[in-house]
Structure formats: structure tokens, C-alpha cells
Design a protein around this ligand. Structure first.
Ligand SMILES: [Zn+2]
Length: 230
């Protein structure tokens, strides 16, 4: 079974000791859903550095004690489709992002409100800009951000309710659909990559280069010392 782990994002093939399924017919008077059964699927990610548990549950129709199709599915672990954000992202931003993902389908309104607060948190933390309204903060970064990023922000902003969501104070709650909340969540994921991950990688490359230069200087000094002794 080909599979992409929702924790580490690595595509992988799941074989036997890494997966387990169980399903049971309910010995129960027929409900309005017909005869039903319930099943659990569990997977352990085969990536040695990950080994996370993925757990889903399903209610199925049951015909002569056999599952004949899913009625409802539940994602138990991980709790949402959220991407795992790197450790160097500030904790309040991560919390808002994870919670926004977790409640997207249950309460898109609350999800979008959290996503909007998350976006504001990122602009304040990353760009050190703080204004009363999110709209003014977004406008203030227009000249600073890459034009591709700006077009993503504008695109999300142009969508009906989400747009008015981004114009208004973050405490104003506006009705939205799960798909619209997902647009905001997707924007946050893109901005995490383009701002924080890019900056962190650049820092790391600079540190690596500095280390390399120091090693070279040390080697040179050492060989000079040796030649002086000789
Ligand atoms: Zn994994």
C-alpha cells in the first residue's frame, strides 16, 4: 500500500508489521442506517525517525456480517490535516494554526477566526509590524514581501467572506465555509515556508559557511606554525 505519512510527509510503502485493521459486525436490531459494523485502521510510519501512529475509525454498512461500504470516517490520529510546523516557529502561532486545522470542519467560523489571528501573529512576529487592524498590517507589508507572496495574500483576500474576514478587526466573527477556512490555512502554510523556513535555511547556510571558513583558517594557521617550527 503506497502511503504518505501525515506526520513526516514522506511517501512510503506500508507492509505488514506496520499496519493493523479490525472490523466487527454489530449484533444489534437494524437501525435507520441498516445493519452496521465498526472498524479501526492503524498504521505505524515505517520511517525510523518518525514511527508515529496513524489511527482512523469507520462506521460501515454490513451485509451478512461483511463490511459493504463506509458510512462515516473519523480521523483520530493525527487529529487534523495540519502540517507539523518546525520548532523555531513561535508557540502561540503554532497553537493557533493547529487549532484552526483541528476545528476546520466542525466550526469553520472559529477556524477562520483563529487562522486570521495566526496570520496577524506572523506579520507582527516576522515583520515587526503592529497596527490596529489586520487589513492595515497586510497593507503595510506590501512593499516588503515578494510579489508572488503578495499575490497569494491578495488571492485569498479576494474570496467573499474570507475577504471581509481579513478587512475587519480580528475579533469580528464572520460566517465562512470549511473550504474558505482552508484557504486561510493554506496561506498560513505557504507563509511559514516562505518566511520562516527560508530565513532559517539561510541562517543555517551562513553558519555552515562560517564554520567552514574557520576550519580553513585554523588549518592554514596550523600549517604556518609547523613551517615556522621547521
Ligand atoms: Zn512518518
Amino acid at each position: 500500500m503506497n502511503y504518505t505519512c501525515p506526520y513526516c510527509g514522506r511517501p512510503t510503502t506500508i507492509t505488514d508489521p506496520n499496519k493493523y485493521s479490525v472490523w466487527n459486525h454489530f449484533y444489534l436490531k437494524e437501525s435507520i442506517l441498516g445493519n452496521v459494523g465498526f472498524g479501526i485502521d492503524a498504521i505505524t510510519c515505517p520511517n525510523e525517525e518518525c514511527q508515529q501512529l496513524i489511527l482512523t475509525a469507520k462506521l460501515t454498512s454490513s451485509n451478512t456480517h461483511r463490511s459493504t461500504g463506509d458510512i462515516k470516517n473519523w480521523r483520530l490520529l493525527p487529529e487534523s490535516e495540519a502540517k507539523v510546523l518546525p520548532d523555531y516557529i513561535p508557540e502561540p502561532i503554532k497553537e493557533d494554526y493547529y487549532e484552526s486545522c483541528r476545528i476546520r470542519d466542525l466550526s469553520p467560523k472559529a477556524s477562520a477566526t483563529l487562522a486570521r489571528r495566526c496570520l496577524q501573529g506572523m506579520i507582527r512576529d516576522f515583520w515587526k509590524i503592529s497596527k490596529d487592524r489586520l487589513k492595515d498590517e497586510i497593507d503595510a507589508i506590501k512593499e516588503k514581501v515578494d510579489s508572488d507572496i503578495w499575490s497569494s495574500i491578495s488571492a485569498v483576500r479576494s474570496v467573499g467572506n474570507i475577504g471581509s474576514h481579513m478587512e475587519k478587526d480580528i475579533n469580528v466573527i464572520v460566517d465562512v465555509e470549511p473550504e474558505e477556512a482552508q484557504l486561510l490555512i493554506g496561506l498560513i502554510e505557504q507563509l511559514v515556508d516562505e518566511w520562516y523556513v527560508v530565513r532559517e535555511n539561510r541562517k543555517k547556510r551562513s553558519a555552515d559557511l562560517k564554520n567552514l571558513v574557520e576550519i580553513k583558517i585554523n588549518q592554514k594557521n596550523r600549517s604556518q606554525d609547523i613551517s615556522e617550527i621547521e
